[in-house]
Design a protein around this ligand. Structure first.
Ligand code: 5AD
Ligand code: SF4
Length: 461
């Protein structure tokens, strides 16, 4: 499919060199989308700059998952408004992402200095929307769910995305967990065709990627059209990805327990490039709350999946997401969550206080008191912290391949990631970006581990 030539919608003056600043909030899918928007605007004369000062255009790619994320958007917009005034109004401000999708009209009223509001499904239309914003007074809003898939219209990845590159393969969600805005902001689940994913992965590797993280709100529900006409699941896609020369590591995020099928579990045994690492959100350990959350699995279902994955890949590390204080959660329910956490053992986990989101079913239920939510979150995070420290401590003395990604915080240090995605810091004078080298883990810091590079001869021995 050829991309429509939106550039003809812009006058020559509008196509003159311009500075673009992109701010990204929220998840890795937003990071990916931000990079693709920059790729899309580059041929129109936009070069990315690191700060908003002096920028001709600022894109704020937003997150709506919890209330605090949304508040961040409005305070950041307040700062941009001042900057725009200081530049005599010469700064086009676009709000994209999930806040744009969910709050389009409200945003236009609350922040009328914004020029453009664009939902996640319409990024490919940005050039024509920018042209429209140049010509129109007032805010231009596009929060449709267009029939065409934006991926078919976005240009090829043009700029290096880093040694670790993120590639969106699936978007949207049909699961409708009671607490979650994603099905409303990102729409119905849709998978990209495998050929387009593979072509993009090859391009990322040619541009320097050594690890690719496949992204989707429900990435393990991937069911893209294969080049052979059959529907490919994630395991099949990962198998083909592993054939790409120069690509060292693969992972995927975020997954739902119900889509962890046997084929995908077997991929953790058979696919040598797949990291022994899985982010598998469980949210709660109480069957009653899991039911209230509309998760459609029990705590024991989760335990069984974890066991199967550990059978397939004994050194696999798990991370997860938890919500404390979902409506209806009693002390006994929360104790079930703590029990599940203690029994499973996580390398890392993210935990959040339940945050009522407008339009979601759980927001309409009687809410748990703020102090109760705070106390539960505190207890949960203390246990998760203990587990993270224990996991890191247990890796001391092991040797692990580390993919180096950049410099450490201090002079003479380089940094990378272990097989279990722990940040690793090594004292070494020379940059090893993009290389996988064997490291003996020697110690732990708060959120990282330290190690020493093993000489190549020693590894061979
Ligand atoms: N309140 C708190 N946490 C939430 N999450 C999603 N929606 C909410 C909400 N309303 C958490 C879930 C999800 C992660 C991305 O964010 O744990 O897995
Ligand atoms: Fe939200 Fe994930 Fe549930 Fe979908 S599966 S509704 S994205 S928490």
């Amino acid at each position: 499919m050829t991309a429509p030539d939106f550039s003809t919608d812009l006058t020559n003056a509008e196509r003159a060199p311009r500075k673009l600043h992109v701010v990204t909030h929220g998840c890795q899918m937003n990071v990916y989308d931000s990079a693709r928007m920059a790729d899309l605007l580059r041929p129109l004369g936009y070069t990315t700059v690191d700060t908003p000062e002096g920028a001709d255009m600022v894109i704020m790619n937003t997150c709506h998952i919890r209330e605090r994320a949304e508040e961040k958007v409005f305070s950041a917009l307040g700062r941009l408004r001042v900057m725009k005034e200081e530049q005599g109004g010469n700064m086009m401000i676009a709000v994209t992402g999930c806040v744009a999708q969910a709050e389009g009209e409200v945003l236009a009223k609350r922040a009328p200095f914004v020029d453009l509001v664009v939902g996640p499904q319409s990024y490919h239309r940005l050039p024509e929307l920018i042209a429209a914003a140049h010509r129109k007074q007032g805010v231009v809003i596009d929060t449709e769910f267009p029939a065409e898939q934006k991926f078919d219209f976005l240009p090829d990845v043009a700029a290096p995305q880093g040694v670790v590159s993120y590639l969106s393969i699936q978007e949207g969600c049909d699961k409708f967990c009671s607490f979650c805005v994603v099905p409303y902001t990102r729409g119905a689940e849709a998978s990209r065709p495998a050929a387009s994913v593979l072509a993009e992965a090859r391009r990322m590797v040619a541009l320097g990627a050594r690890e690719i993280a496949l992204l989707g709100q429900n990435v393990n529900a991937y069911h893209g059209e294969g080049p052979d006409g059959a529907t490919w699941g994630l395991a099949r896609l990962l198998a083909e990805m592993a054939e790409i020369a120069g690509l060292e590591r693969l992972r995927y995020t975020t997954s739902h327990p119900n889509d962890m099928n046997d084929e995908l579990i077997a991929a953790h045994r058979d696919n040598a490039k797949l990291l022994p690492f899985l982010h598998l959100p469980v949210q709660s350990g109480s069957d009653k709350i899991l039911r209230a959350m509309n998760r459609k699995h029990t705590a024991d279902d989760f335990r069984r999946i974890v066991d199967k994955l550990r059978d397939a890949r004994p050194d696999i590390a798990f991370t997860s997401d938890f919500i404390a204080g979902h409506p209806g959660e009693t002390d006994a329910d929360f104790a079930d969550t703590m029990k599940l956490v203690r029994e499973t053992g996580f390398a890392l986990a993210y935990s959040f206080k339940y945050s009522p989101r407008p339009g979601t079913p759980a927001a309409a239920l009687p809410q748990i008191a703020e102090e109760v939510k705070d106390a539960r979150l505190y207890e949960l995070q203390a246990e998760l912290r203990r587990q993270q420290d224990a996991f890191n401590a247990a890796t001391v003395g092991l040797t692990t391949p580390v993919l180096f990604t950049g410099r450490g915080r201090y002079e003479g240090q380089i940094a990378g990631r272990s097989l279990w995605l722990q940040p690793v810091v090594v004292a070494h004078g020379e940059a090893l970006n993009g290389q996988v080298r064997t490291v003996k883990i020697t110690g732990t810091n708060t959120n990282s581990i330290t190690g020493v590079l093993l000489p190549r001869e020693q590894i061979a021995a």
